[in-house]
Design a protein around this ligand. Structure first.
Ligand code: IPE
Ligand code: IPE
Ligand code: MG
Length: 233
């Protein structure tokens, strides 16, 4: 009997990793890797949209990434601000909506301004949702959610899984179906811990600056051959 394929994943989350090592292997500074890696965002976003993916989450900067050398952090912040503009153009072209996920407090002013503009300018679009995760850490997100919930809720029995989900940054975004991590590392590094409960994981040795549309198709195709059981038989 022919195996039944899963539909294209609704939500694909990507840990874009390996920029630094990719650059180092070429005898270049880590920041070169970030610049080249950032250039993959546009083609991969377009390819995801064409594949019929409805939500694409990109892990761009974690709450732990502040512990990198100041110069690298500053390059990343500048690059992110620049990409808010590039993503705005892309989203308006493709009818896509953008969401910035993570703790916005502590981000540079110009990045915040560009991020707000990107979200506002694309808010009414109904195409694919592009979620860019900046200063994002899953534990931080859950602590922020719990603090807010503690203010709003008096009776603990009111707390349900659905209610807690509604307090997360991803309140209006369905859980990822597929998690991709590039660069050969096999860990989640504090990304969407709650939301990934039943996601399928796909790890590739390819570094993010080399991640092509073809690689994305390969990941989606692998996913479609998986058997999701959700604890059932
Ligand atoms: C991913 O590449 C980009 C960010 C985390 C901002 P890395 O910078 O982590 O590259 P490697 O993992 O050190 O090679
Ligand atoms: C995860 O990559 C964070 C992002 C991709 C933004 P890291 O490179 O920071 O993760 P670790 O340190 O290898 O776990
Ligand atoms: Mg890394």
């Amino acid at each position: 009997m022919e195996e039944e394929l899963l539909p294209v994943p609704t939500h694909v989350a990507i840990i874009l990793d390996g920029n630094g090592r990719w650059a180092k292997a070429k005898g270049m500074p880590r920041t070169y890797g970030h610049i080249q890696g950032a250039k993959r965002v546009e083609p991969i976003t377009k390819a995801a949209n064409e594949l019929g993916i409805k939500y694409l989450s990109l892990y761009a900067f974690s709450t732990e990434n502040w512990n990198r050398p100041a110069e690298e952090v500053s390059t990343l912040m500048k690059l992110l601000a620049k990409y808010m503009k590039i993503c705005q153009k892309l989203c308006l072209q493709e009818g896509m909506r953008a969401r910035i996920i993570g703790d916005k407090s502590g981000l540079p002013e110009d990045l915040l301004r560009e991020a707000a503009e990107l979200e506002q300018a694309t808010a009414r679009n109904t195409g694919m949702c592009l979620c860019i995760c900046i200063n994002y850490g899953s534990r931080d997100e859950m602590v922020r959610a719990m603090r807010q919930m503690y203010k709003d809720i008096r009776d603990p029995s009111e707390i349900t899984e659905e209610k807690f989900s509604a307090y997360l940054d991803t309140y209006d975004i369905p859980d990822p179906d597929l998690l991709i991590r590039t660069s050969g590392e096999q860990r989640v590094s504090n990304f969407l811990l709650w939301q990934l409960a039943y996601a399928e994981f796909y790890f590739t040795p390819v570094d993010w600056p080399d991640f092509t549309e073809e690689e994305l198709k390969k990941a989606v195709d692998t996913y479609r051959h998986r058997n999701r059981r959700y604890g059932k038989v």
